[in-house]
Design a protein around this ligand. Structure first.
Ligand SMILES: Cc1ncc(COP(=O)(O)O)c(C=O)c1O
Length: 396
């Protein structure tokens, strides 16, 4: 690695002092917040606790609006398409509870969904809203697409899936899935197929363009790859889909103190109408600071580093006896998540043994696997430490 690059990473890592205490490979569960952003977050909590508002002057609403614009910016959508909620789960439930289902509707999800998708889907099915169907994810996007196509019928109403699988790090062909739905819709259907993309495992890994994906609904959160606080759910609804969602409950939003029943009934101002009641100003506001931090690092630098680290860990894992990768090599088909199994070994045991050595990874119970996340601030030495630990676990 070039000295200038090395110096840059050393500098970036100063913002994450806890990395001196542990090898953290789990931002796919909980991100780490850069120290300057954490300082700002604590200041905002303190101001709102001590002064009620941010200070004497009423900066709350403009700050909130700035955060909405900043988040909209990294998703390439107008701010009016963005609503904040508690988490990604919230957004998924808003969509599944907000659509008007009709008898016979079918909802297709993939076989690698997080409980945030498959539980609301299962719940909706068991309440009789729709018939549940699944398609199998394959490392080859063409096979995934074919598997999905086989499940589509004239009754398909919604396709909901992750853009990056939280189990395997496989990047699903999101744009191709949405283009397929669009093609079928254009060919004429009684009820168009809607698309919901769960971008929880991609936002913060690279710059996302929701219009380029082409989905009707997009959900994510600020607390994983972005490194923000918990409670920062993001729901994006594209304008054409505004009339399709009816919020399950009614309340005023943070920057609208009027009674807006009329707006909600007429689907104006969606999806902001999902932000009911008083919001946590500090949580949302600090997202603007985070976006600024990541913009300053540079999205192409972030992605290039993640791509290199993913290639490095995969090559190293292959040298450990008994390891099978669950993640494909090609960056375009994967992400900065790498999952693997170790032949004949219990992944929970591996996970716990790693944690005992302060190597924080994630257990993937669905696959008896281990998941490693390698964000921009990870260094190769940390991955070498993981590999040595795995060799010792294997030999024990
Ligand atoms: C793919 C995916 N979707 C949804 C979620 C749930 O996110 P949240 O906790 O913000 O609801 C996760 C969390 O790990 C995830 O990996």
């Amino acid at each position: 690695m070039l000295t200038t690059e090395r110096n840059r990473i050393v500098e970036v890592r100063r913002a994450f002092p806890s990395l001196d205490e542990m090898t953290y490979l789990n931002v796919a569960t909980h991100g780490l917040t850069p120290q300057p952003i954490l300082d700002r977050y604590l200041e905002l909590i303190s101001l709102t606790a001590r002064y009620g508002h941010m200070r004497y002057d009423d900066q709350d609403v403009p700050a909130y609006q700035r955060a909405r614009s900043a988040v909209a910016g990294i998703l390439d959508v107008p701010p009016t398409w963005v609503a904040f909620g508690r988490n990604a789960t919230d957004g998924i439930n808003q969509v599944l509870a907000g659509l008007a289902w009709q008898p016979g509707d079918e909802v297709i999800i993939s076989d690698q969904e997080h409980p945030a998708v498959y539980l609301p889907w299962n719940y909706g099915a068991r309440r009789g809203f729709f018939t549940p169907k699944t398609f199998t994810v394959d490392p080859d996007p063409a096979v995934t697409l074919r598997n999905l196509e086989e499940q589509i019928t004239p009754r398909t109403r919604l396709i909901a899936c992750s853009h990056v699988s939280s189990q395997t790090g496989i990047r699903l062909p999101g744009p191709a899935i949405c283009a397929l739905a669009q093609r079928l819709n254009d060919a004429g259907r009684d009820r168009p197929i809607l698309t919901l993309i769960d971008g929880t495992q991609e936002l913060g890994q690279w710059r996302v363009s929701v219009p380029a994906i082409g989905c009707d609904f997009y959900v994510s959160n600020g607390h994983k790859w972005l490194g923000g606080p918990k409670g920062s759910g993001i729901l994006v609804v594209r304008e054409q889909a505004f009339p399709l969602l009816t919020p399950p409950y009614m309340a005023g939003g943070i920057d609208d103190f009027e009674d807006h029943v009329e707006d909600v009934l007429n689907h104006r101002d969606a999806p902001r109408m999902f932000e009911s009641g008083t919001q946590n100003l500090a949580v949302v506001t600090v997202l603007a600071d985070l976006v600024n931090w990541l913009d300053n690092l540079g999205w192409s630098w972030i992605e290039e580093r993640e791509r290199n680290l993913a290639a490095y860990i995969r090559a190293q894992l292959r040298t450990v006896p008994g390891v099978t990768l669950l993640t494909p090599d090609a960056w375009e088909q994967s992400s900065a998540i790498t999952s693997f199994t170790m032949e004949g070994m219990d992944a929970l045991h591996i996970h716990r043994t790693l944690w005992d050595q302060r190597i924080i990874a994630r257990w993937v119970p669905e696959r008896n696997g281990i998941r490693i996340a390698t964000p921009y601030f990870t260094i190769e030495e940390e991955l070498d430490r993981l590999i040595s630990a795995l060799r010792r676990i294997r030999a024990a």
